[in-house]
Structures are given as C-alpha cells and as structure tokens.
Design a binder for this molecule. Structure first.
Ligand code: SF4
Length: 797
C-alpha cells in the first residue's frame, strides 16, 4: 500500500467515543397503562415461578426479527415475537423459535482448541484462552516477520451477522487488504445491478402493490419473513395479482395467479421481451421517462432493433409469447403500483448483473420508483459511529487481485471480474490463491462465523485452500466443516448470550434495534468483542515491533516522538477496549432516552410512544400513513443524475456492456443424459448454519433431490432411493424425490445439508451438499458465484 501522507490515526467514525455513563434520562412509557408501568420491568409469572423477559434480536437468519426471551432460573425457556419492531411485525418464524435449540445444542463449541492431528481430522486439544492467544501470536508474528510486515499476507473472511462489523474492525486495524465475505454468494449482483441503474438497491412496497412479478424469488418457501407474510396475507387478499416465474413448481408458484416455467438462466430474455412490448405499444409512462431517464433512446433502439419480441423470447425461455405480452400489458395497466420484485437471492446465471439492470429499467418505465405500491428507497435513522483505528502500514500490499495477464480465461470457467469490490469475489480469490497467481504470499486466515466449505461452490477447492494456509483461526459457535480445517478454534458466545452492535434498519418505517444479552455465555465462550480484546492485547505490541523492524518511517518517528506515542497509533487493541453496551449507548446518545429504551424494549424510533398502536389481534401500526417513507427522493432514482441510467458510460470503461442485451452464450443448453442442477433455500434452514438444529429437523429431516417423475420411472428410481449426483468437480449423495414439479432436464435440491464434520450429531452426512458438485463459474462483472450453471449426472446407488 503506497502512502503519500504522514502517519496518523484514522478516525473512522465521527468523534472519539463518549460514553453516557449512569444516564438517568426519563424513558417515555410505550405502554400507556400506568399499572403496567409500576410493575417490575417486563417480568412475568409462569408455571415455574418468576420469569424475566428480555428484548433481543433473532440471528437464525439475516432478517433480525425482534424477539422477547423468557428466562427462568437462568435458562431461556421461550422466545416470543416482539411486536414493537416494524421490520418483523410481531413475527418469529419456526427457525426463530428454534433459537433456543441452537443455544442449548450439546454440539456447540465450548472451549478454545488447537489442532492436534491432520487438518480436517477433527483432532483438537482443549486449551486455555491464554494458550490459544499465545499460539496465534507466535504463528502470526512468524509469518509477518518472514513477509517483512506485509499485513496483507493474512486473509479475513466473515459470514453475515450483527457482529461482523466488530470482526471487520479487527481486519482494518490489522492492516490487511484481503477481505472476503458472503456477498459474492449472496446479493452482490442484485444490489450492484439496481444500484448502477437506480442509485440504490430498493425495497418492494408489497403492502400497497396491485401487481407483482416474482421471478426466481421463492418467497412462500425459501424465506418466510414478515414481508412474505405481507405478500400472501395482505397483498394477495386485497386482490393483487402475483405472477411467479420459476423453472420449478414451488410453493410460491402454487400460491400465484400465474406460474411461468421458465428455462433456467433465461430471465433476461423474458425481461427484454416485456420491455419490447411496452416500448412498441407505447405503454410506458412517457412523462416519467422524459423527466427521469438517461439513455432511453439508445436502449429503446437496442431492444427494438434486436427484435427482442415475445416470439423471440418464447424460443429462448420456453414460455408462451402470449403470456409475455399479457404480463407486460397488465404490469403497465397497474403502474405505478406494479412491482418487478428485485429479489433477495444469490446469483444464478452469468448474465445476472445485466438481468438486474433490465429489471430496474423495466420498473422505471412504469414510473413505479420511490412511490407507494412500487419500489421504494425508504428512510434510515442515523446513528453515530465510534472511534476506529486504521494504522497505515507501509509494507502492506494492495488487495491480492492476481496478475491479470497471467490468468487463464475461457475453458476453465473463471477469470478476474470487471469490477473489484471490497467484499471481493470469494471463489475468484480462492482459485487464484490455489493456482499461485497472487502477486505476494498469503499464508494466514482469520474466519468469523463463516462456513465456506459448505457455502462456496467447489467444496474440494475450499478444503484445499484451508489446508494450504499455514494458520487458520476460526471464530464460531458450531464445529462446522470449515472449523474442522482450522488450526485454532475460538468459541463464540451464542447470539442470546451477547449484546451486539446496535443497528439502524431503513425502510418504509425505519427504526433502530438492539440485540441484548439474554443469558450469560455458557462454557468458556465469549462474544467476539471480548475475543478480539484478548487476542489483540497479546498481538498488538509484538506486531508493532515487526513494523518497527521493517518500516523506516516508523523508526524515525519513534526516535523523534518516543515509542509510546507512536505505538498508540498502531495499538490494534484500542477499538476493543470499551464494552459493547457502552458503544451502543454512544451510538444513539443523540436521541433522548433511546439507549434505555433499546435495553428495555429492544426497539427505538422517534415518536414510537405516540405512533405505535395495536390495531387488531395481531396487527400493529408503527407509523401513521402520512409519516411512512413511501417517497424520499421526489419520485426520482437515487443515481447522481437523479435518472434511471440505461446506458452509463462507466460500464463500457471497464469492458462491460453498457446496456442489457442477450448473447447466444446465455442460451440454455443441457447435454443429453445430463441435468441442470438448481439449488435453493428452505424457510426452515439458513444455509448450513441451522443444519444441526434438532428442532428444525422435526420440520424437514434432510434434503431430497427432485427428479422429474417420468425420468425417474425410466431409470427405475423411486422415492427414497439413494442417488449419486456428480459433476466435473465432485459428487454427493442424497435421497430421490420423483415429482412432476420439475422439468425432465433439471434436478434440484436444497442447499445447506451434507456436512462432513463428525462433531455435528444431526448434520453429519445428512443429505447432500450442493457445493460439492456446483462448479466454480464466476459472474463476469462483480465476480459472484453463478450457482445454476452446472450440469450434473445422476445415478442410483
Ligand atoms: S425470519 Fe425467522 S429466522 Fe429469520 S430473523 Fe426472523 S424469526 Fe429469525
């Protein structure tokens, strides 16, 4: 990393930390009943005696619904929904309820451990926290010394979670440039496609929509969160029409007014044809286009001159041209209360970025942007950051992005992506690392709450990567497949055992919510904040000694100013000295009484005491209609120009098509005798994170492979038969589910099963691991993993 400026401490937040100690601020009473107020706070009686209720947030999936935990004799006995949170609207799904099982799962990681056998063997010895820290320190110092203080010789990677931010603070202070998170197997191309076109990744106002196209988003089955309930309880009940576009007949398809069984990876052709109808029949909102579009003429010319007609799309997608025409007309007839649902899923096909761009432009043609019943940007309540530390290490190299001219293109199926982001391309980075195409050595890895062995395509390569790393430190709650390849395991406290960073949630009804500690951490587990406090206290000074050894500027500064003064700017333990509770108080100290309300109620937003109302048995109002953030940008996109960007010049500059268009290579083709593998989620499971949860197993014991019934009959496959699924990268086994709900050239199974860790009583070898067979195909713009580009063979075993 080249530096041009003198050394100094970077304050990432706004100001140095100010803690509101011993605040006696009056808390507005949210429940108007004075008798209630006089009672002990949130205490209830149960059959077993006194019980305390503590407001917290769920972490069984990414949605972070608000919950009330009932605690009796120090144990959590029940989790209930917290009605105060607008985002979760008094809902706690089955997974949320199973949070208790996760807390009391006997397989949890309990103590710090150091590897005691081959990597992957699962042989560890129990050690003290001090011993674990000493081991990590010794190995880290050795690597940094040998790499002459190149902090980027360590990779940091994390899964999604409220404490991910805390771990990222460690990464920043450590000074590496190599960070990978789950984005490239999650929302990366969705968010990028919409942001490039509309300036932001919008939300859908399903509550007020009249017409919804849901393509590749299986909301009735894959992720049952409160907005799912909105869709099926309120939106449809009001008479809104739902169009489901999905290769499989899913539960969402079953609930839809119309199901279109599209060929995988051809949604872009569908959207281009919808656009063709709308342009040629002049159904679009002409005033909106005139006021709020850039590049409309060029895009219109492209769509019309390429003859992206419904008949053209019918050939590619397998849909009927009449259906496409009808949907385009209906969508515009209901505009602006029509939604082409943006989706909340990983990348399926290589054209995913351009698909999202085409969807955003199509939505823009309806005028349904930043408006009630359409796509909305919502509002956010600002909270304060806190002092961070980002020392500048002269010798830390820039992100290991590989030497582009040495990369293999084409047949191997991956290459550098056009746009490099801080989240990185997980499998792109991994593959370059394995092929020694980095421009320097990366030798160590810190992993937080992340299971890339199960979650990244081509599990065998991820295992190879973990084996090749000289030091792998895993911070987690469960002995996942990835943890089995760690050198040091640091057990994190469960989410009900810790207070996490307070978070602001944007949307139509913005609010702030806080995960409060419900019970004390069990065994020897600790919240990540405390784990990092202990670790950095050990690491900090010796790491500074290495910097001093190799960095002449530091040597000069030490001789001028004295060691203590210079070290203060490099002391990586600093960000972890305050408690999480104190940091949270600081984050909201500008809202009168908010810190106390968050501790007690878990949720805060200005005027909550006035606005929050129960309107029926299980219906609540959070904001009055005229205070909801339907429109925050005057009905305009949030791009710098304030316009829908159809043809932005900056894409062409990085070699990306500036307008969405179809290419022959996108055509859906499956060689004879093979099947296109589709994968997806189930609402009862969150990737591999809940695979060992015994309560959830009651709802779905294992994953089954969907095989078309006629194909299964021809091959003599019956329900429950064991099937081997294989691709060019690996194989897995699971039971058969012959069904009419999938096309003859496709198979499907749910992600997150088939772990190999023997420490997971219920998840071990339970079902099949999709990523053992999904090939590492990279979406070329942002480097996301394209999950539906693998053809497989199947065989009864
Ligand atoms: S949707 Fe379910 S699992 Fe996800 S946060 Fe909400 S309650 Fe928890």
């Amino acid at each position: 990393m080249k530096i041009e400026v003198s050394r100094r401490k970077f304050l990432q937040g706004s100001v140095a930390l100010t803690v509101l100690g011993g605040s006696t601020i009056a808390v507005p009473n949210l429940f108007s009943n004075e008798e209630e107020k006089a009672k002990p706070k949130l205490n209830t009686k149960t059959g077993t005696g006194e019980a305390e209720e503590i407001a917290t947030l769920c972490e069984m999936c990414v949605n972070k619904c608000a919950a009330i935990a009932r605690v009796e004799n120090g144990r959590v006995t029940k989790l209930d929904p917290n009605p105060l949170f607008p985002k979760s609207k008094n809902m706690l799904c089955p997974r949320g309820n199973a949070g208790i099982q996760a807390l009391y799962d006997p397989d949890r990681l309990k103590y710090p451990m150091i590897r005691n056998g081959e990597k992957g063997s699962g042989e560890f010895k129990r050690v003290t926290w001090d011993e674990a820290h000493a081991y990590i320190t010794e190995k880290t110092l050795k690597i940094l010394d040998e790499e002459k203080d190149n902090r980027s010789s360590f990779l940091f990677c994390a899964g999604e979670g409220m404490a991910e931010h805390t771990f990222r603070t460690f990464y920043s202070a450590f000074g590496s440039s190599n960070w990978l998170n789950h984005a490239s197997i999650c929302l990366m191309t969705v968010a990028a496609g919409f942001s490039t076109t509309l300036g932001s990744y919008p939300q859908a106002d399903l509550d007020n929509a009249e017409y919804v196209i849901m393509a590749g988003a299986n909301r009735a089955e894959a992720i049952v969160t409160p907005d799912t309930m909105d869709l099926f309880k309120r939106t449809q009940r009001r008479g809104a029409k739902l169009i489901c576009v999905d290769p499989r007949f899913t539960n969402t398809a079953a609930k839809a007014d119309k199901w279109l069984a599209i060929k995988p990876g051809t949604d872009l052709a569908f959207v281009l044809a919808l656009t063709h109808v709308v342009l040629t029949e002049e159904l679009y909102n002409k005033q909106y286009v005139e006021d709020h579009f850039n590049g409309f003429e060029e895009y219109s010319d492209l769509v019309i001159s390429n003859k992206y007609t419904p008949e053209w799309a019918a050939e590619i997608t397998g849909l009927r041209a009449d259906d496409i025409t009808e949907i385009a007309r209906e969508f515009m007839a209901h505009a602006p209360r029509s939604i082409y649902y943006p989706g909340r899923r990983s990348t399926f096909a290589q054209n995913d970025f351009q698909l999202r761009r085409a969807m955003a432009i199509f939505q823009g043609l309806s005028g349904g942007i930043d408006t009630k019943g359409g796509l909305i940007f919502g509002d956010k309540i600002p909270i304060k950051g806190h002092a961070g530390l980002q020392p500048i290490y002269d010798r830390a190299q820039a992100r290991a992005s590989g030497k582009k001219d040495e990369l293999v293109t084409g047949e191997e199926g991956y290459d550098d992506c056009a746009v490099s982001t801080p989240a990185g391309s997980w499998i792109g980075w991994r593959n370059r690392y394995l092929e020694d195409k980095m421009d320097y050595n990366v030798r160590g890895m810190f992993i937080y709450k992340h299971n890339p062995v199960l979650n990244m395509p081509n599990s065998a390569k991820t295992i190879e990567m973990l084996k090749k790393m000289e030091l792998v430190v895993a911070i987690d709650t469960m002995p996942s497949d990835t943890v089995m390849y760690a050198d040091v395991v640091l057990p994190e406290a469960h989410y009900l055992e810790r207070t996490d960073p307070v978070k602001t949630f944007g949307g139509l009804e913005p609010s702030i919510a806080q995960r409060n500690k419900v019970v004390e951490p069990m065994y020897e587990t600790k919240p990540v904040m405390e784990i990092l406090k202990g670790l950095t206290s050990k690491l900090s000074k010796p790491m500074f000694e290495i910097t001093k050894k190799y960095d002449e500027v530091v040597q000069e500064e030490v001789s001028e100013r004295g060691e203590a003064s210079v070290f203060a700017e490099f002391d990586i333990s600093q960000p972890f000295q305050e408690t999480q509770e104190a940091l949270n108080e600081h984050a909201v100290h500008h809202y009168h009484g908010a810190a106390e309300i968050l501790k007690e109620k878990g949720v805060y937003y200005p005027n909550m005491d006035k606005y929050f109302k129960q309107t029926s048995v299980n219906e609540y109002e959070y904001y009055p209609e005229n205070k909801r953030a339907y429109q925050v940008n005057g009905g305009k996109p949030k791009t710098p120009s304030g316009k829908v960007e159809c043809n932005p010049a900056n894409l062409a500059k990085v070699g990306v098509d500036s307008m969405p268009m179809w290419k022959d290579e996108y055509n859906y083709e499956v060689p004879k005798g093979k099947f296109r593998l589709l994968t997806g989620r189930h609402a009862q499971f969150t990737q591999s994170g809940t695979s060992n949860n015994a309560m959830l197993r009651d709802l779905m014991i294992e994953n089954y492979i969907w095989i078309n019934k006629r194909v299964a009959a021809k091959r003599g496959i019956e329900f429950g038969d064991m099937i081997e699924v294989s691709s060019r990268v690996g194989k897995t086994e699971l039971k058969a589910y012959p069904t009419e709900k999938i096309a003859p050239d496709q198979v499907f199974f749910i992600h997150g099963f088939g772990e190999e860790s023997e420490e997971l009583t219920w998840a071990y070898k339970n079902g099949g691991n999709d990523n053992a067979v999904i090939e590492d195909v990279i979406e070329p713009v942002y480097g996301a993993a394209a999950m539906h580009e693998t053809n497989v063979e199947i065989r009864k075993v």
